[in-house]
Design a protein around this ligand. Structure first.
Ligand code: PBG
Length: 326
């Protein structure tokens, strides 16, 4: 008779044994809540494809953030939904633009007790829905866009952001933003670079949330990464760190766990991963049908993202997971 040489099941026998040998701990300290704030509405608006997530008013945003802080969530990242859009996306750097107003409200409310981040991009503010300004022939103009990103960075920093998070995937964006922050006297504001950001179909519900449609049925493949490429992600991350990124991000998360693990092995800066709108929506939709246990799948997703190597997870599940873990 032959017996197994090693009995791995011994350490799985009781909850206490499993707890003792657990390699990965998901903590509320790892979570960042993405939040939407909409200009010109009196009541928070539900988002059809993101059940449980709202387009906030300035008032309801303050309340939500106060509650998140109370639950121990250490950070939030803001996305604006402006009333008016234009060709350059000027609402993104207007001192009275919706995100700048919201950052001031929140800074007054929470002091330094919570990390305030601004997503730094133009797509929510442009009438054509691209992440940069366009040339006469309709291409996204990399270098003209960098100028504007610098202005957005200064506006968000002046309004109280601790961190700005460029998500537009323009070449040189981190260097341009770092220089603009330093010129504006904002040396202490950090840059969280969406370094490896893929042209993903998982952003669909987010575009409902910020009411963005890309003109002419276009897409972002001319600036976001091809999902087929992993080595290219390391080149993006390396470039962003050389340009001065304080933290880097991989986005989306679950379909890119290999990229998260590769980046973790290659660099020493804090690594964030974004569990994006489509990842959240798939859980909620299947749970609503009773096909999966949504809460359990959510914890499994986030634990796996952490196991792959992420230190920080941006997730629409932040609030409910914080409630579960606390
Ligand atoms: C761009 C931006 C997007 C997301 C975050 N920042 C959308 C895009 O690149 O089209 C997506 C986030 C999500 O899906 O949750 N400002």
């Amino acid at each position: 008779m032959t017996f197994p040489a090693r009995r791995l099941r011994r350490l799985r026998r009781t909850p206490a044994l499993r707890r003792l040998v657990s390699e990965t701990q998901l903590s509320v300290n790892d979570l960042v809540a993405p939040l939407f704030v909409r200009e010109g509405v009196d009541e928070p608006q539900p988002i059809r494809s993101l059940p449980g997530v709202m387009q906030h008013t300035r008032e309801s945003l303050v309340k939500e953030v106060r509650e998140l802080a109370g639950l121990g969530v250490p950070g939030v990242i803001l996305f604006g939904v402006p009333e008016h859009k234009d060709a350059t996306g000027s609402g993104a750097w207007d001192p009275d633009g919706i995100v700048q107003l919201a950052l001031r409200d929140l800074r007054d409310e929470v002091g330094s007790g919570l990390v305030l981040m601004g997503d730094l991009c133009l797509d929510e503010y442009t009438d054509h829905g691209h992440c940069g300004v366009l040339t006469a022939s309709g291409e996204v103009d990399n270098d003209a866009t960098l100028e504007l990103y610098g202005q957005v960075a200064q506006a968000q920093a002046a309004a109280g952001a601790d961190l700005v998070a460029p998500s537009g995937m323009m070449d040189g964006q981190v260097a341009a933003i770092r220089a603009a922050l330093d010129d504006g006297g904002h040396e202490s504001v950090a840059v969280l670079a969406y370094a490896a950001k893929y042209a993903s179909a998982l952003y669909g519900p987010f575009r409902d949330a910020v009411q963005v449609q890309i003109a002419g049925g276009g897409d972002r493949r001319g600036y976001q990464q091809d999902p087929a490429n992993a080595r290219e992600a390391l080149a993006e991350v390396q470039a962003d760190i050389e340009e001065g990124a304080d933290l880097v991000m991989v986005k989306p998360a679950l379909a890119y766990l290999d990229v998260i693990a590769d980046v973790r092995a290659a660099v020493d800066v804090p690594l964030a991963a974004y569990h994006v709108s489509g990842e959240y929506a798939m859980i909620k939709a299947a749970a609503e049908r009773g096909w999966i246990d949504g809460a359990a799948v959510g914890l499994e997703h986030l634990t796996s993202i952490k196991r792959a190597g992420a230190d920080i997870i941006l997730t629409y599940l932040a609030r409910e997971v914080a409630e579960t873990l606390s």
